[in-house]
Design a protein around this ligand. Sequence first.
Ligand SMILES: *Cc1c(COP(=O)(O)O)cnc(C)c1O
Length: 466
Amino acid sequence: MSLISPNAPTAELQALDAAHHMHPFTHGADLAQKGARVITRASGVWLTDSEGERILDGMAGLWCVNIGYGRKELAAAAARQMEELPYYNTFFQTTHVPAIQLSARLAELAPGDLNHVFYASSGSEANDTNIRLVRTYWAEKGQPERQTIISRWNGYHGSSLGSMSLGGMKGMHAQGGAVPGIHHIDQPHWWAEGGDMSPEEFGLERARQLEQAIEEIGPEKVGAFIAEPIQGAGGVIVPPATYWPEIQRIVKKYGILLIADEVICGFGRTGNWFGSQTMGITPDIMTIAKGLSSGYQPIGGSLLSDEVANVISGTEFNHGYTYSGHPVACAVALENLRILDEEGIVARVAQETGPYLREKWQALADHPLVGEAQIEGFMGSIALTPDKSARAAFASDAGTVGYICRERCFANNLVMRHVGDRMIISPPLVLSFDEIDTLIERAVKSLDECHARLKAEGLMVAASHG
Ligand SMILES: *Cc1c(COP(=O)(O)O)cnc(C)c1O
């Protein structure tokens, strides 16, 4: 066996990576040409690459490293659990202590009577579970025709076939097709789609699409509505204040289940333990993953209300994953939740660093390239625009400008992602005041450089409305 040395020159690592490793959501040939950035270590909010560059991680990995990198307590929890019981399943009338402890802790943390957990290893798997849960729930209730689940265009619920179908990413649906029985309504994205309406009017209008969809499909055929409290991968879109109360009214009126996909919003991201609390919603099911273990182990799950769990418990639910409630993942998640709680990290986002970041982030709206700046807790977005007053999109293909901006961020050692021509952040929740200043300085520098380049290349041009 010959393994390449971790200290091999970057170009050699990149060549071997390009030869054998296929990257998610990546144009493989383009990346092979360019070479992937090799991340070698990380501590706190800082990544180090194979060239020795230190990069500020404005995305907490993929929205998940809530407690920051390098926490030895989590490594120790994993090592302890691996030595004691590295694996056992929970299928055949067995259980183990980490799963028991984590489930009880999650029931404590979750709002309302969301007291029951069904484990998965990712958010995608958990949302696949949710599709089966909803349909099984209604079948058990004697309403098996309640099959349809309503979700939203530009929502993100994962990449497996079921969860991708719940999601509203058209580029994903186009590759291989979606499963039937899922109906999409429009997103509450006022900046891009609100036209002449006020945000409040628009929020109501978009929420009422749910009611229209239920009436069109037939209320006796709709089982659930799923949405992220705040859309993440769709571009960190904070809905108008009128949106969620109206959605809550509609799901209650028709008696359909509300699934809050908390995979990003959960575990402190919005300044509360869950985004549902920030948005004032009462879901029947919550999807969790990502921040649950701060990404240190792959783990996700579905949190169920007493009512839903009672109904499901009345039958044999023919569903489960080999790694449902994996003991090492559970032990690491528990330790992560302990640190988030005992170090007051969630409270700090709500009361100290969150408000500070909000003030600095919102000031970015004064930049000539920035239309709006939205932020809730530690997830934020800015819309890039050639014309603020018109809330105009660029004439260039969507994402052209965002990509240029992201490249400038990358060059300035800041990880900030783009979704189309929207720039987004979701930093580790342990980002300090000084690090917030650094993040903002680098963001401004990158915006300035991007703006200069757009002007030089004649790209500061608004799309014409047709
Ligand atoms: C990331 C994400 C998922 C999917 O989670 P994976 O662990 O990548 O499968 C689901 N829902 C939301 C809101 C997400 O952001």
